[in-house]
Design a protein around this ligand. Structure first.
Ligand SMILES: Nc1ncnc2c1ncn2[C@@H]1O[C@H](COP(=O)(O)OP(=O)(O)OP(=O)(O)O)[C@@H](O)[C@H]1O
Ligand SMILES: [Mg+2]
Length: 280
């Protein structure tokens, strides 16, 4: 029995309870239909794709669409299986069991979203095996409880293959338990629409910011930068909508964050100057 005074997992969990309003998600390809097919057949889903391309937004959207709460657990290398399933805690002189976020998600039939699952150690993830095959069962070794997941429970994991360090890999036996939806940036017209919807920026500015992103994504290897995410474009669009110049907003929201050593390569600045509206 393990006694701990606090429940660390709480810091890594955000749960949206009940039925959230639809957060506004622009469909990319067939991900909604494919997710629903998997949900109907109780097959776990793995989302892959670069940072800021819409994975979290998609899960929030699917939770709202399916009328299920979403329980998000951010994975990291200190995450233990107790952080997931729960632990005994001392409270007022008594020792009592506290369900972890995974156990709570199973019990309430939620969409359980393990973000950046590749960061978790293999032994912490072993507890998921019986949940992700035909058994759909969570075994709580410490209490002896056996919980069969309700039909509405679904496990969703995500990771970003580009960030995967060479030592961190998901085991094939884990990966093959999931269908994989490979997410990517939206097509330019759709991405511009997201910028307008999220920030109220005008159509022309949105179009130019996306055009800059497309240019940078095409030259990311030559410029030695990460590709810019929809997230950084949304930030730049928000500043433009707030009155900033496009070049200034791009500099601080897009170019500087992408430059690893803080020095913006001149090629990036030139592309921005050629694409965006100059300061007036
Ligand atoms: N398809 C989309 N529809 C609506 N908004 C989107 C979409 N894709 C990205 N966004 C915007 O980009 C932001 C970042 O998306 P999100 O947080 O879902 O990325 P992510 O893939 O989960 O990133 P990370 O891997 O870093 O967690 C969102 O807050 C939203 O403003
Ligand atoms: Mg995310």
């Amino acid at each position: 029995m393990q006694n701990t005074m606090h429940d660390q997992s709480v810091h890594n969990e955000q749960a949206s309870q009940g039925h959230e309003p639809n957060p506004g998600y622009q469909l990319n390809q067939n991900e909604e239909r494919q997710f629903e097919l998997a949900y109907q057949r109780r097959i776990p889903v793995m989302l892959t794709g670069p940072t800021g391309c819409g994975k979290t937004r998609f899960i929030e959207h699917m939770g709202a669409r399916l009328g299920r709460p979403v329980v998000t657990i951010s994975c990291h290398d200190d995450l233990t299986s107790s952080d997931l399933v729960g632990r005994f805690m001392v409270r007022g002189g008594d020792v009592e069991w506290n369900d972890g976020p995974l156990t709570r998600a199973v019990k309430q039939g939620a969409l359980c979203y393990l973000d950046e699952v590749v960061e978790a150690r293999h032994d912490s993830l072993a507890v998921l095996h019986s949940l992700t095959d035909h058994r759909r069962t969570l075994y709580l070794d410490r209490t002896g409880e056996v919980i069969v997941a309700p039909d509405s429970f679904m496990l969703v994991c995500s990771y970003n293959p580009a960030y995967r360090s060479s030592i961190k890999e998901l085991k094939p036996s884990f990966r093959q338990r999931f269908i994989t939806l490979a997410m990517d940036y939206l097509a330019p017209e759709q991405e511009a629409k997201v910028l307008m919807q999220e920030t109220g920026v005008d159509a022309e500015s949105a179009r130019r910011l996306v055009q800059l992103a497309v240019g940078l994504r095409g030259a990311d290897a030559a410029l030695h930068i990460e590709p810019p995410s929809t997230r950084v474009l949304v930030a730049a669009a928000a500043l433009v909508a707030e009155g900033a110049g496009e070049v200034e907003a791009a500099e601080i929201c897009i170019l500087a964050p992408l430059s690893q050593d803080g020095v913006v390569p001149s090629g990036m600045r030139e592309l921005a100057a050629a694409t965006l509206m100059p300061a007036q």
